[in-house]
Design a protein around this ligand. Structure first.
Ligand SMILES: NC(=O)c1ccc[n+]([C@@H]2O[C@H](COP(=O)([O-])OP(=O)(O)OC[C@H]3O[C@@H](n4cnc5c(N)ncnc54)[C@H](OP(=O)(O)O)[C@@H]3O)[C@@H](O)[C@H]2O)c1
Length: 251
């Protein structure tokens, strides 16, 4: 419907011009978004590739959750550069398979598997006892393993329900933060003895979306949300390494 006033002033075409401009504007915005998304995804993996060629001969490295994903690729790269690499994984069979593949592709036979289940504090303690008994040095600890809120069940993708570690902590907080916290603490003397050594903890940009720890409900007993629990565990990773760096200043 064109208002009479517009008809009388000879401006009856204005509404259609408005809709045309509006449609063009929407098309431009959508195209820019598609272009930027494409740019982001096509550049994304590139920025994350480690091209460091520094040799790691004589150094010992532990990578948690290294039977797959970023942990496996980090382990492969460190093995390629000559390090002794210990794959710290919860599933020995999967880890052995990954170790064999890494040995072959890197040409480094010094790749070992040790069982570590970060959802069990006694497993973390056993792992560390074994390491302290057998490893004279530890140069790099990569806290990489992570339990994500997304599960794939029979090729369907869904969010995980609230679950707990064997010690009764909310699973993501327990695995991603508490397990690594205990692991790092128990291995700290060995890391110090091997200085200059490194602790690398893999976090996620998601921590910025959950910028507060609720100490009154640290275990997510109330209002559990899988994504918020994951982000909070990643925030805990960040806070932990920042405090650790402060405390280890001068080492
Ligand atoms: N992928 C991403 O887009 C992304 C983005 C930001 C940050 N990150 C972070 O990057 C790290 C690695 O992620 P990814 O994508 O490589 O994940 P992934 O492919 O799912 O690998 C996760 C690893 O963690 C292990 N893990 C899970 N629960 C464990 C437990 N209780 N004890 C010991 N190991 C356990 C898994 O073992 P199983 O194979 O036995 O399950 C697996 O080896 C995580 O810390 C994650 O939060 C990932």
């Amino acid at each position: 419907m064109v208002p009479d006033t517009l008809k009388q002033t000879g401006l009856a075409f204005l509404p259609s011009v408005f809709w045309l401009v509006f449609a063009v504007a929407i098309a431009v915005v959508v195209s820019v978004v598609i272009y930027l998304t494409h740019l982001w995804f096509s550049k994304g993996p590139e920025v994350g590739v480690c091209r460091c060629e520094t040799r790691m001969d004589g150094k010992t490295v532990i990578v948690t959750g290294s039977n797959t994903g970023t942990g496996k690729e980090a382990a492969r790269d460190l093995a390629r550069r000559g390090a002794r690499v210990i794959l710290a994984c919860r599933n020995a069979r999967k880890a052995e398979k990954a170790a064999e593949e890494i040995r072959k592709s890197s040409g480094n036979g010094n790749v070992e598997v040790r069982v570590l289940d970060l959802s069990s504090l006694s497993s973390v303690r056993d792992f560390c006892t074994h390491i302290l008994q057998t490893e004279p040095r530890l140069d790099v600890l990569v806290n990489n393993a992570g339990f994500s809120p997304i599960l794939r069940i029979r090729s369907k993708i869904c969010y995980c329900p609230r679950m707990e570690t064997t010690d009764g902590f909310e699973l993501m907080f327990g695995v991603n933060h508490l397990g690594h916290f205990l692991l790092t603490s128990l291995l700290l003397d060995l890391l110090k003895k091997s200085a200059p050594s490194r602790v690398v903890t893999v976090s996620s940009g998601g921590h910025t979306l959950e910028p507060r720890i609720d100490f009154k409900d640290i275990n997510f007993q109330h209002n559990f949300s899988p994504t918020r629990a994951y982000r909070r565990s990643k925030l805990a990773n960040m806070l932990f390494v920042r405090e650790l760096a402060k405390r280890l200043e001068g080492w």
